[in-house]
Design a protein around this ligand. Structure first.
Ligand code: DSN
Length: 419
């Protein structure tokens, strides 16, 4: 980044420090990952200069020949990856992709049945301060209090009672497989549109490790930067009969010019996810999450639902007399990055909840396997068993920096580190 260094040393320095943080710390935020150097090159390319309102072949600007090629590649690869009839790759984010589906399928005031944010859902699934909860009366479903797994019978009951215009499945903090086919069945029975937000698990779906919602849903949205390991952004997919409405909801409904450099990154990401090694990556993500879960449970931590089927775990920190906030800060001092999170039926508040959410997608990208995750788990246990001990945290941080050197981050290839 020689040009940036000369022209804007302040931004340059902040980026360098973030690069260092990403290299030296153990990234366990379940919604984060490291993109490949190829994705980063595409996102940092000249495509950022181009306006391309419209769709490939039907633009409102000249000079779109090459960005058309890129967008067509992104669309075709996403269709192939997930088996979708139709894909719009322009949403700037997962939230925008969700908004586009609402815009395409609903009128303001239509009823939605979605998963409660406090039980693992997402802001855009009807939280009252979000557009979804403000404009679309939302009935929330949640988990069975005993098993802490989705209460499918509850969904059926609520769907029959309220006959929502749209039923939304998907979660941002649920460690178990979601039975999309079962929810699709009741949506069909009561005449609801069925939408799935698979943002967290899209990479696992792409690798064949989680049931694919595309064959059973009318709409499927995802971000591209979580387990899918692409650039920060979103996409929205639908059955052929919704295609026109979805496209016009994205543009001109909600967005102007698409971010063509990000769409290029999405195309590269989908190309990578179509390769056999991406399937192996997904399997390793899940194997690592299981090891992390087992190690923490055998050290006395209570995990929501007693384990995991996917890339994430939710730990009830009250099982160790801690809160999520205290645990996040204590782990952060040692260079272990996590986020505090509500646990199901939490009696605490979102900014000071009882839980911690951890995911294995990012560290698996760095090459950590089961044995390395046992080591990571032992550091977590060490820190949380003495959450106030700053000296221990500093000693652990130094051990982690040393350990992390053996697991290069993809950005190292771009900056020439280790070459
Ligand atoms: N904010 C994301 C997460 O952390 O799960 C969901 O969009």
């Amino acid at each position: 980044m020689d040009f940036l260094k000369d022209s804007d040393p302040s931004v340059f320095e902040a980026i360098c420090l973030e690069e260092e943080r990403q290299r030296d710390e153990l990234e366990l935020i379940a919604s984060e990952n490291y993109t490949s150097p190829a994705v980063m090159e595409a996102v940092g390319s000249v495509l950022t200069n181009k306006y391309a309102e419209g769709l490939p072949g039907r633009r409102y600007y000249g000079g779109c020949t090459h960005v058309d090629t890129v967008e067509r590649l992104a669309i075709e690869r996403a269709k192939q990856l997930f088996g979708a009839d139709h894909v719009n790759v322009q949403p700037h984010a997962g939230a925008t992709a969700n908004q586009a589906v609402y815009y395409a399928a609903l009128e303001i005031g239509d009823k939605v049945l979605g998963m409660d944010l406090a039980q693992g859902g997402h802001l855009t699934h009807g939280m009252k301060l979000n557009f979804s909860g403000r404009w679309y009366p939302t009935i929330s479903y949640g988990l069975d209090p005993k098993t802490e797994r989705i209460d499918y019978d509850g969904i059926v009951r609520l769907a029959r009672e309220h006959k929502p215009k749209l039923i939304l499945a998907g979660a941002s903090a649920h460690p178990r497989i979601i039975d999309f086919a079962r929810i699709a069945e009741v949506a069909r029975e009561v005449g609801s549109i069925f939408m799935v937000d698979m943002a967290h698990i899209a990479g696992l779906v792409a690798g064949g490790h989680h049931p694919n919602p595309v064959p059973v849903a009318d709409f499927v949205t995802t971000t591209t930067h979580k387990t899918l390991r692409g650039p920060r952004g979103g996409i929205a997919m639908c059955r052929a009969d919704w295609a026109k409405k979805l496209d016009s909801a994205v543009f001109p409904g909600l967005q102007g010019g698409p971010l063509m450099h990000v769409i290029a990154g999405k195309a590269v990401c989908f190309g990578e996810a179509l390769r056999p090694d991406f399937k192996a990556y997904g399997a390793q993500v899940i194997a690592n999450a299981k090891v992390l879960a087992e190690e923490l449970m055998s050290a006395g931590f209570r995990l929501v639902s007693g384990g995991t089927d996917n890339h994430l775990i939710l730990i009830d920190m009250t099982s160790k007399g801690l809160t999520g906030k205290i645990a996040e800060v204590a782990l952060g001092r040692a260079g272990i990055t996590v986020n505090k999170n509500l646990i199901p039926f939490d009696t605490r508040k979102p900014l000071d909840p009882s839980g911690i959410r951890m995911g294995t997608a990012a560290l698996t990208t760095r090459g950590l396997r089961e044995d390395a995750f046992k080591q990571v788990a032992s550091w977590i246990v060490r820190i949380l068993d003495a959450a106030d001990d700053k000296v221990l945290a500093e000693r652990t941080r130094l051990e982690i920096v040393e350990f992390a050197r053996y697991y290069p981050v993809p950005a190292d290839a771009l900056s020439g580190i280790g070459s």
